[in-house]
Design a protein around this ligand. Sequence first.
Ligand SMILES: *[C@@H]1O[C@H](CO)[C@@H](O)[C@H](O)[C@H]1NC(C)=O
Ligand SMILES: *[C@@H]1O[C@H](CO)[C@@H](O)[C@H](O)[C@H]1NC(C)=O
Ligand SMILES: *[C@@H]1O[C@H](CO)[C@@H](O)[C@H](O)[C@H]1NC(C)=O
Ligand SMILES: *[C@@H]1O[C@H](CO)[C@@H](O)[C@H](O)[C@H]1NC(C)=O
Ligand SMILES: *[C@@H]1O[C@H](CO)[C@@H](O)[C@H](O)[C@H]1NC(C)=O
Length: 151
Amino acid sequence: MTFLCLVCLCLVGFLSKSQLVTAQLDEQAILLAINGELGVPGWGANNTNYCNWAGISCGLNHSMVEELDLSRLGLRGNVTLISELKALKQLDLSSNGFHGEIPSSLGNLSQLEFLDLSLNKFGGVIPMELGSLRNLKSLNLSNNMLVGMDT
Ligand SMILES: *[C@@H]1O[C@H](CO)[C@@H](O)[C@H](O)[C@H]1NC(C)=O
Ligand SMILES: *[C@@H]1O[C@H](CO)[C@@H](O)[C@H](O)[C@H]1NC(C)=O
Ligand SMILES: *[C@@H]1O[C@H](CO)[C@@H](O)[C@H](O)[C@H]1NC(C)=O
Ligand SMILES: *[C@@H]1O[C@H](CO)[C@@H](O)[C@H](O)[C@H]1NC(C)=O
Ligand SMILES: *[C@@H]1O[C@H](CO)[C@@H](O)[C@H](O)[C@H]1NC(C)=O
């Protein structure tokens, strides 16, 4: 019985550790893909720990990205991949050269509390999927070329 419990404990320890490693690999792969798309200055330099890359803050367990600040970097490109960072609470893409439609997949970021897309060239309609962001406290879409809400 004691032995079995010990095995269980070890197994639990092993599983949570491997889950953490998997999460780190996932987040790193996503961030490298985002960097390939946007070319963020300073990213990739501290290759071993993306939590130290410019504009990134990770959560307490140092695996999931919770804050991403890419404001005022003169970036262009497709920001759709950012919606793969599932633990994001704060996303600031303000004051760049992003254009095209706001990705509806941003509505998948269920933890998101702060979203600033201001001072870009986003166009078209505001995707109604943003309405499913239940934790959102602050939304700034000003200074874009948006024409209204998706219906
Ligand atoms: C720690 O990271 C794991 C990654 O899978 C996540 O599921 C969990 O919610 C995180 N815990 C905290 C306290 O951030
Ligand atoms: C790399 O990380 C160190 C400390 O962790 C930091 O001082 C340095 O600015 C980082 N370099 C880049 C390019 O982000
Ligand atoms: C961005 O890429 C996604 C697929 O990854 C595509 O569906 C979308 O139309 C692209 N957006 C822009 C503005 O090019
Ligand atoms: C994310 O959102 C898009 C568009 O709203 C949807 O098609 C897709 O299935 C969602 N992906 C996940 C993993 O929830
Ligand atoms: C929204 O963004 C604009 C441009 O960046 C800024 O001037 C304004 O203060 C912001 N509004 C709020 C409520 O944060």
